[in-house]
Design a protein around this ligand. Structure first.
Ligand code: HMG
Ligand code: MG
Length: 312
């Protein structure tokens, strides 16, 4: 199997993860979480979004989060912006990178941003050139590439076309989203073969939600095809509130554990990352789906139990 030697993990837990939580997480906890992720060695991280607080109240404190986090050299922090207003607020709050987003299917796009795909692309014309003029790189997401919660199957050509349009607009990387976690490895191969026939692998990232447990298998296929950027969320947090049935993202510790076991470097300290996820589980108030995290916590509990027994 031909695999890369290094993979960039693009951590989306503080944004994709926390946007989907029923509980309003206090700003200080969000900042603590981001700081812990950075301390684990993560170098690319989406920390919040600057969307309408009526649509995503969970991230209404984006500006405070942006101002509150430590920004060590070498760490790239990004935020999701839907329009010019989001961009202006993000820049004023100190963001140095932003991401725009749209869907491959009309119905999800409309439910998510209240616009057609064509109008969404027009709105990007008011975002991307201004961001780039301010020296701010722009990433983009294409959602529902592998299936739409409202329309079902999605033509793989949509991903190819939208990737081309976004690159022409000056976006440096397009993350292809399996928003509801329905992709299978064969489908991933099919979509990526079409996309990579026209676009270089460094311009493409993969973003899998793990609803049906296929995210790691999908990543492996992407890696064999030359993809080296994987989006994931600590603990497996995540979901899109406008995509019913969407569950958590691929868990960062699950993918990092698999990569390290295959001698692929990420620069991330798995123990510190797991600790960051454990902290997140306490402030969201429920168990997180990451398999590695569960196994790690189970091992710690068994070790504690053995230590207690040996002292009694
Ligand atoms: P709208 O209602 O059509 O637009 O929303 P509007 O311009 O009439 O604005 C509505 C209200 O929001 C107004 O306030 C605006 O001022 C305000 P009001 O006058 O009613 O008091 N507003 C804003 N406030 C703060 N920041 C802004 C902003 N823009 C408008 N930037 C809009 C259109 C796009 C704003 C809305 O639909 C929206 O915010 N949608 C965001 C939805 C979202 O964040 N979804 C989750 C992220 S996408 C995702 O998770 C998928 C991904 O992970 C990849 C994958 O998994 O596939 C990326
Ligand atoms: Mg997502």
């Amino acid at each position: 199997m031909k695999l890369p030697q290094h993979v960039t993990i693009y951590e989306v837990g503080p944004r994709d993860g926390l946007q989907n939580e029923a509980r309003q997480v206090p700003t200080a906890d969000k900042i603590r979480f981001i700081d812990a992720l950075v301390a684990s060695g993560i170098r690319d991280i989406e920390i919040t979004s600057f969307v309408s607080p009526k649509w995503i109240p969970q991230l209404a404190d984006g500006a405070e989060v942006s101002r509150g986090v430590a920004r060590p050299a070498g760490v790239r922090m990004s935020a999701l912006v839907p329009n010019r207003r989001g961009l202006e607020t993000a820049l004023a709050a100190g963001m140095k990178e932003v991401a725009v987003f749209l869907s491959a299917s009309e119905t999800h796009n409309k439910k998510n941003v209240n616009k057609t795909i064509a109008d969404t692309l027009r709105a990007f014309d008011e975002v991307i050139p201004h961001a780039r003029a301010a020296g701010v790189p722009v990433r983009a997401y294409v959602s529902t590439v592998y299936g739409c919660p409202y329309e079902g199957d999605v033509d793989p050509e949509r991903a190819v076309q939208l990737t081309g349009q976004l690159r022409d607009m000056g976006v440096y990387q397009i993350s292809l989203g399996d928003t509801i976690g329905v992709a299978n490895p064969q489908q991933v191969e099919g979509v990526l073969a079409r996309v990579l026939a026209v676009h270089p692998p460094e311009a493409i990232a993969v973003h899998f939600h793990d609803t049906q447990g296929t995210a790691l298998a999908n990543c492996l296929v992407a890696l064999t095809m030359g993809i080296t950027t994987i989006d994931s969320a600590a603990g497996g947090l995540g979901g899109c509130p406008y995509a019913p049935g969407a569950s958590g993202n691929l868990a960062t510790e699950d993918v990092v554990a698999m990569l390290h076991a295959m001698n692929i470097h990420t620069g991330i300290d798995l123990d510190k990352l797991t600790e960051a996820s454990r902290t997140a589980a306490t402030f969201v108030g429920h168990e997180l789906p990451s398999k590695y995290l569960k196994a790690h916590l189970g091992k710690q509990a068994r070790a504690r139990r053995r230590a207690e027994l040996s002292t009694t």
